[in-house]
Design a protein. Structure first.
Lengths: 115, 115
């Protein structure tokens, strides 16, 4: 059964620092991996989606990489800002053919960027 | 922009009541999902639907049912609410194009308290 792990559970950094969030998954047979952001009390906002054939995706100060064979993904945030403070979740779509788009989520990394 | 709208942000219900949570999306997505999110447990899939009148059980369907009479609307029903169903409920939708997904889009969530 696919499991998704995010370490650390919480991270605090000073403003301006570059940082990396980690995500690992146990079964390399996936269709895609997505990174989300969640602000307190709100729903999730999709940040980046990496198809299984891709190695990375970029959007502004965010860069996500995918290494399927090792079961790892990283989300790189450049020049962090207080507004980046949120919980970041990664999720994979299992490649078992029967999921119809369902995702398996990690429990998230809570990021705090201090001014 | 895709919009997923959940009808209530906060709900307080009594044990034993029948509860309806409504979700509407405006992007003609085939797939819709209901998750619940609890501290320490992350997001867990309750039910999903890949077409009108079609539904599939997720990981924790017990105590819940769903209805999808129209493509844009997916309702979650708590047949007889219990205190262990106090949670944040999140609706999501996606356009499934073969094995190339579009991102999963979430509503803002409904925080349900059962007393």
């Amino acid at each position: 059964k696919q499991e998704v792990t995010q370490i650390p559970a919480a991270l605090s950094v000073p403003e301006g620092e570059n940082l990396v969030l980690n995500c690992s998954f146990t079964d390399s047979a996936i269709y895609n991996l997505q990174w989300f952001r969640q602000d307190p009390g709100k729903g999730l906002t999709s940040l980046l989606l990496i198809q299984s054939s891709q190695r990375e995706q970029t959007s502004g100060r965010l860069n996500a990489s995918l290494d399927k064979s090792s079961g790892r993904s990283t989300l790189y945030i450049a020049a962090s800002q207080p507004g980046d403070s949120a919980t970041y979740l990664c999720a994979v779509r299992p490649g078992d053919g029967g999921s119809q788009g369902n995702l398996i989520f990690g429990k998230g990394t809570k990021l705090s960027v201090k001014p | 922009d895709v919009k997923v709208t959940q009808s209530s942000r906060y709900l307080v219900k009594r044990t034993g009541e029948k509860v309806f949570l409504e979700c509407v999306q405006d992007m003609d997505h085939e797939n819709m999902f209901w998750y619940r999110q609890d501290p320490g447990l992350g997001l867990r899939l309750i039910y999903f639907s890949y077409d009108v009148k079609m539904k599939e059980k997720g990981d924790i369907p017990e105590g819940y049912s769903v209805s999808r009479e129209k493509k844009e609307r997916f309702s979650l029903i708590l047949e007889s609410a219990s205190t262990n169903q106090t949670s944040m409920y999140l609706c999501a939708s996606t356009l499934l194009q073969g094995y190339l997904d579009s991102p999963l889009h979430f509503g803002n969530g409904t925080r349900l308290t059962v007393t």
